[in-house]
Design a protein around this ligand. Structure first.
Ligand code: NIG
Length: 391
């Protein structure tokens, strides 16, 4: 079954010179993009969908989320907005609730959040374990994650849970827990921060994951100069996430590495941390990604458009830079930028993961902040019902 999407007012493909194309059309055939060109030259297809001058672009690639959890931390958030500091220790609250929830409950919450994300244009999503923190609960979280997300990271090294010696916990994470989750995960991650794991502990965890065949990513430099960025670059991590506190040296080393700096503006606002230095990173030549970091503690939103608006309005990015960071940047952070399964771009033969905005241009993502603009989403060529009335 083929579908012609035509009368596109502005098409962002994220291929070639990054230009936005006008009066364009695109054909989907099955799960793939079959043709891209001028609307006047469009071939016939089984279905014809006119988007009447709206903007079309790749779906968001949300490269950092924590969707497998139970319970709420609204009281913690309330206290934070009244002046309390964000600390890694709040994770324990979610661990208790998550351990007490059934697998069906975890799946229901994660599925609802995934759906919420998709309705806002997210077509490819990473999620993590990290709120189980014992072998059985992490394994359960990994199973749930694998059934709702496109790619999964094992975050046993989130914090050391109560009731276990630190060394014993590290042995568990790098031993039986890792072995139990490996069938469900593609990545290993660690929270390299005061109150969580130091550089040497994070290195030990990541190297164990590497031996088990997993890709590497790291939470680093969120609450201070944790040394996470240096470690991520040294180990060749695909991504180092947060990056709120960066030295000039951190920025230079990211710029001369293949490690993507994944920035999480919704989390920065929700934790009242300084916004990550996106402009300095880009000016130095580093690759950045923007992601939601949806989780119940530090960033309870699935909205990538919100992150884009903040990145443009408050972090000094242009619209095109922010949209790139939430599509190709996310794909690079997940090692999915090239090859037949590449995401984050629209190219002939590539996955038909795209969205239509209820606006003539991607500019409106920051020009109309907070307004739901996702008019339609195709994921693998299959259309999701719209969230706003469109066409
Ligand atoms: O990426 N920083 C570590 N982990 C999550 C938040 C954890 C929490 O507070 O529940 C994050 O922000």
């Amino acid at each position: 079954m083929s579908e012609l999407i035509t009368d596109i007012g502005e098409l962002t493909t994220q291929c070639g010179d990054r230009q936005r194309l006008h009066d364009a059309a695109l054909v989907i055939d099955g799960s793939r993009v079959a043709w891209i060109g001028s609307a006047a030259d469009a071939p016939a297809a089984d279905i014809r969908t006119s988007v009447a001058g709206r903007a079309v672009l790749p779906g968001w690639v949300d490269s950092h989320s924590h969707l497998v959890f139970a319970g709420s931390r609204d009281a913690e958030f309330d206290a934070r907005m009244a002046g309390r500091r964000y600390e890694a220790g709040g994770i324990a609250t979610t661990v208790t609730a998550t351990r007490g929830a059934s697998e069906a409950m975890l799946l229901e919450t994660a599925t609802a959040l995934r759906r919420e994300a998709e309705l806002q244009g997210t077509t490819f999503l990473e999620t993590k374990t990290g709120y189980g923190l014992d072998v059985e609960s992490e394994c359960r979280s990994a199973r749930v994650a694998a059934s709702v997300a496109d790619t999964v990271s094992f975050l046993g090294a989130h914090v050391v849970p109560a009731g276990i010696d630190r060394r014993d916990y590290l042995d568990l994470v790098t031993g039986p827990m890792l072995t139990a989750v490996v069938p469900y995960v593609q990545w290993i991650d660690a929270f390299c921060e005061v109150g969580a794991f130091d550089v040497e502990e994070s290195r030990e965890v990541l190297l164990a994951g590497l031996v088990a065949g997993l890709g590497l990513r790291l939470h680093g430099n969120q609450l201070g100069f944790s040394g996470g960025v240096e470690l991520a670059v040294e180990l060749g991590c695909a991504s180092v996430d947060h990056c709120n506190h960066l030295s000039a040296n951190d920025i230079d080393s990211l710029a001369s590495s293949s490690t993507v700096a994944t920035l999480l503006p919704a989390c920065d606002l929700s934790t009242r941390q300084p916004l990550a230095p996106a402009r300095l990173l880009l000016d130095a030549g580093a690759e950045i990604a923007l992601a939601s970091n949806c989780n119940p503690g530090s960033s309870y939103t699935t909205s990538v458009p919100f992150c884009i608006a903040v990145a443009v309005l408050q972090m000094g990015l242009t619209i095109d830079e922010a949209v790139w960071a939430a599509t190709r940047g996310g794909a690079r952070a997940l090692g999915r930028d090239t090859g037949s399964d590449a995401v984050g771009s629209l190219r002939v033969g590539g996955r038909a993961d795209l969205q239509v905005l209820d606006a003539p241009s991607v500019v409106h993502l920051a020009y109309r902040p907070g307004v739901p603009l996702t008019a339609a989403v195709w994921r693998g060529g299959i259309r999701t019902p719209p969230i706003v009335s469109g066409f």
